[in-house]
Design a protein. Structure first.
Length: 197
């Protein structure tokens, strides 16, 4: 799972490229200095991981110099967003569509191998968190917003029927940034004793 070092490393690579990325046609950019491994599953620049890393880091207790660095990245993200608002919303919409497909694939895999999905859930659920963060960035009246909202609500409704509520599944320090009312899927896991046949 991610830690502060890997989250900050992502921002160090991604934020300087953000302005050019927003103006490019590509839906995602490979980050040259980020190597994918178990601690850093995100190696591509898209809006979802950018917002995800920022939110997680803002919840952490950090040294003064790290807070200053994070503040610079947050300000740069904000500036790039407001100066390229339509491109930002378009990229956020593209990323949300991709994350929806990945989350649907997790659900499909759950039907085949519940134990594997339950074991990977603390990492896999990051897709759902990014979907929430991206949803807050897109134009709610946009052409694709209604079908994406329907898809999210459909997956959530199915998931709630098989969800075992419990404690917050990530580091305790992150909990204030992810309140249960919005991020209910971080407070428990999927049931692995369900017969779906």
């Amino acid at each position: 799972m991610l830690d502060a070092e890997h989250e900050m490393a992502y921002l160090r690579e991604a934020v300087p490229l953000l302005k050019d990325y927003l103006l490019a046609r590509d839906a995602a950019w490979q980050l040259p200095g980020v190597v994918g491994d178990g601690k850093q599953p995100y190696t591509m620049l898209t809006i979802g991981p950018l917002l995800f890393m920022l939110k997680r880091l803002k919840a952490r207790k950090m040294a003064t110099n790290e807070l200053e660095e994070l503040g610079k990245y947050e300000e740069q993200i904000f500036q790039d967003k407001i100066h390229n608002e339509s491109a930002w919303k378009k990229k956020a919409g593209q990323d949300l569509g991709n994350r929806l497909r990945l989350w649907q694939a997790t659900w499909d895999e759950y039907k085949k191998d519940q134990q594997a999905v339950v074991a990977a859930y603390p990492t896999a659920v990051a897709q759902r968190v990014m979907m929430q963060l991206l949803w807050e960035e897109i134009e709610p009246a946009g052409l694709l917003a209604v079908p994406m909202q329907f898809a999210m609500e459909y997956l959530d409704a199915n998931m709630r029927m098989l969800f075992q509520y419990g404690d917050f599944i990530w580091e305790e320090a992150l909990q204030p940034a992810f309140p249960e009312e919005t991020y209910w899927y971080l407070y428990g896991t999927m049931d692995e004793k369900v017969n779906l046949k």
